[in-house]
Write a protein that binds this ligand. Structure first.
Ligand SMILES: CN1CCN(C(=O)c2nonc2N)CC1
Length: 251
């Protein structure tokens, strides 16, 4: 068993939604290795009545129901008594900070995360104002709840935890830590329906292959995500490659 690197407590009304993604592949292996502990906590267990109610009608009128603050505050009290203060208490919501690799890396440095998955028309504002430390959005679209965003965050964060990906993949991760898009990947056969693998990848010339891959990453990033290129940590070699690419485009 590895050393426990991170505990993630997820407050949700639908713990059953997490069964698939967290019981397969990388997240499953990280849990089995003891690197990550993921606890699904049903918000209804902290309801104020025997009907396990967790929502109520909105003050000021309007359609729909609002998720009440009480059960969430009570659940946080319970978490604190069992494990102390979490590093982050994250509310998944469209208004939050846009989640990206940089945010994932920041969260991966924490030892204990709490993710709050909302539902209904929204959550009583006192949760955002007085309970959470961070609000995070996975993108500018409205989902039915916070569960899918929580899965995205857990997946992206857990894969950055030392030991989760294993040596080779984590080494590759380093090569993309500079924010460029990945180079194209190929595997057998060498030719499939007339589509051939680039010759350089069959050459066994490691330096040429490294250069080809780096050039492909730069080209792809320039073409598809120039915004990433502007923020990427480029080497002098990268700049030379980009200069030659731009000169080729001009000719
Ligand atoms: C109450 N519930 C509304 C829908 N929701 C999101 O659309 C969302 N969360 O994180 N990124 C997003 N986009 C989560 C919270």
């Amino acid at each position: 068993m590895g050393e426990l690197e991170m505990v993630v407590d997820i407050l949700t009304l639908f713990p059953e939604m997490f069964a698939g993604p967290f019981d397969a592949s990388i997240i499953k292996r990280a849990r089995e290795k003891g690197l990550v502990e993921i606890n699904l906590i049903n918000i209804r267990d902290f309801s104020w009545n025997k009907h396990r109610t967790v929502d109520d009608t909105p003050y000021g009128g309007g359609v729909g129901m609002v998720m009440a603050a009480g059960p969430l505050f009570e659940a946080m009290d319970w978490i604190r008594t069992r494990r102390g203060d979490p590093g982050r208490i994250i509310l998944l919501c469209p208004a939050g900070r846009l989640f990206n690799q940089e945010v994932a890396a920041e969260l991966a440095r924490e030892k204990h995360l709490v993710l709050i998955c909302g539902h209904y028309e929204g959550i009583d504002e006192r949760v955002a104002e007085h309970l959470v430390t961070d609000e995070i959005s996975i993108g500018d679209y409205v989902l039915t709840g916070g569960e899918l965003p929580a899965m995205v965050v857990v997946d992206a964060v857990c894969r950055l935890i030392p030991g989760v990906l294993g040596e080779s993949a984590s080494a590759q991760e380093e090569s993309f830590a500079d924010g460029l898009l990945e180079y194209p990947h190929y595997t057998r056969p060498r030719e499939y329906r007339g589509y051939r693998v680039p010759e350089v990848l069959l050459s066994g010339h490691h330096e040429k292959i490294r250069l080809w891959r780096r050039r492909q990453s730069l080209l792809r990033t320039l073409a598809s995500r120039p915004d990433l290129l502007a923020r990427a940590s480029l080497t002098e070699e990268d700049r030379k490659i980009l200069t030659s690419v731009l000169e080729e485009l001009k000719s």
